[in-house]
Design a protein around this ligand. Structure first.
Ligand SMILES: Cc1cc2nc3c(=O)[nH]c(=O)nc-3n(C[C@H](O)[C@H](O)[C@H](O)COP(=O)(O)OP(=O)(O)OC[C@H]3O[C@@H](n4cnc5c(N)ncnc54)[C@H](O)[C@@H]3O)c2cc1C
Length: 396
């Protein structure tokens, strides 16, 4: 591999020289020059605002060497504070299906510190092999270090497919690794299939959710995709499943990011993605004051608060509550949509809910076409009546 410059893109801004932890870059009047001190750490690639710098070479071709078997399907086993995220289990279910169809094994890459206990759990949920990268530096998510280890492991074991949860960390990690490997990445997939050559057909919403695009990556490996939580069901846990645990010998880790402070997010009630009940409000509430009705209904039901983009953009509620294409994907047991019209960009984020209750004053609102129960009426009258009813029945 080597560092290269697209001279036409370079604006000689000097960001690469400042970012290089090894003083391996000197920016002159013709642009950056790279000395032998360069370790290909990628810090300059990440900061370059015009993508003028890149690392070339050693891409993994889709063509296997003669006699080489097809690679495995891999899932990135994201953990937080020693707990596997639900999306990992969901991807194990889908990965298991793809691996069976391709007649290969299902592998998991698990990174952290002291996370060996999770490896067995991954086996019980369907993994055949778990590759564990363990080091104190990997305890919490670090984009720079996790990308280095994932790139190293992929080059060593050459999986065919690599699925990553579309969480905040997964969305940070996947593009870094795809760039380092020179392969493609499809973000936010909602369905997978295989073509007759075994290429992964990766389907995701496109053009504002108005059509579904199916994307292939036929020339490079691994085929990488991120998937939002709650798109696939969790497989059943089989306590008798057996698998292989492989401890990775890690490459030297080269940090180039510094974590200055970790700030816990404010507690805003039940986690929107995990909640069993979501009460979501839209522009039909008419005012930020009326949005409090949604919060009150959520509170009496022990539900999480969701919102349409219209009200997030209006500043009635913060972005982490947004449901939809550019917000969260949720699949609760009950989703109550209050004053939400049912635009396609909203529906893609909640249509997998078990029961959808829609409250809207317009009997022709599109939300009613996917609702299990519809209430035609004004939210400012119906929500207080529901709150009274629920409070009344819980106090009896
Ligand atoms: C690229 C892109 C990405 C997007 N991503 C998202 C996304 O992630 N999430 C999202 O939600 N949107 C998203 N949108 C916006 C989306 O297209 C809609 O504009 C938005 O969802 C509309 O929000 P709403 O239903 O609250 O408002 P409106 O569409 O204005 O609907 C308000 C509804 O309230 C009803 N109503 C009015 N008064 C009352 C009353 N008193 N009582 C009961 N009902 C009443 C009306 O009949 C209407 O149906 C995106 C758009 C684009 C282009």
């Amino acid at each position: 591999m080597e560092i290269r410059l697209r001279a036409d893109n370079c604006t000689i801004c000097g960001a690469c020289e400042d970012a290089c932890p090894y003083d391996a870059i000197t920016v002159g009047t013709d642009g950056p020059e790279f000395s032998e001190e360069c370790t290909l750490c990628g810090a300059c690639v990440e900061v370059c605002p015009t993508e003028a710098i890149y690392i070339a070479g050693e891409e993994i071709s889709a063509q296997s060497e003669p006699g080489e078997a097809r690679g495995d399907v891999w899932v990135f086993a994201e953990q937080r504070d020693g707990q596997l995220l639900d999306v990992v289990l969901e991807l194990l279910g889908e990965g298991r299906r793809l691996a069976a169809e391709l007649e290969v094994s299902l592998g998991c890459l698990l990174l952290g510190d002291g996370v060996d206990h999770l490896a067995q759990e991954l086996v019980k949920f369907g993994a055949d092999r778990v590759y564990v990268g363990s080091a104190p530096e990997l305890k919490g998510y670090r984009g720079d270090l996790y990308a280095q280890v994932m790139e190293y492991s992929v080059k060593q074991y050459r999986p065919e497919i690599l699925l990553i949860g579309g969480t905040a960390n997964g969305r940070s990690l996947a593009p870094r690794v795809a760039t380092r490997l020179g392969t493609g990445l499809t973000a936010d997939c909602t369905a997978f299939a295989l073509d007759e050559d075994g290429n992964l057909l990766q389907t995701r919403p496109a053009f504002g959710g108005n059509l579904m695009a199916t994307i292939r990556c036929p020339n490079h490996r691994p085929q990488m995709a991120t998937v939002r939580p709650k798109v696939f069901p969790k497989p059943a846990r089989d306590p008798n499943r057996k698998g292989e645990i492989i401890h990775l010998e890690l490459p030297p880790l080269m940090p180039w990011q510094r974590i200055l402070e970790v700030v816990e997010a404010a507690d805003t009630g039940p986690n929107l993605v995990e909640a069993d009940i979501v009460v979501a409000g839209g522009r039909g509430l008419g005012s930020p004051e009326n949005f409090r009705l949604v919060e009150e209904l959520a509170s009496v039901l022990g539900a999480a608060v969701g919102a349409s983009r219209a009200v997030v953009d209006a500043g009635w509620v913060s972005y982490p509550h947004q449901v939809g294409q550019t917000g969260r994907t949720v699949a609760p047991k009950i989703y109550i949509a209050c004053g939400i019209s049912g635009a396609i960009q909203h529906i893609v984020g909640m249509q997998s809910s078990d029961i959808i209750v829609a409250i809207n004053s317009d009997p022709d609102a599109p939300i009613f076409s996917i609702a299990t129960y519809g209430i035609v009426g004004k939210v400012e009258e119906i929500i207080p009546a529901l709150i009274r009813e629920i409070k009344g029945s819980s106090s009896q």
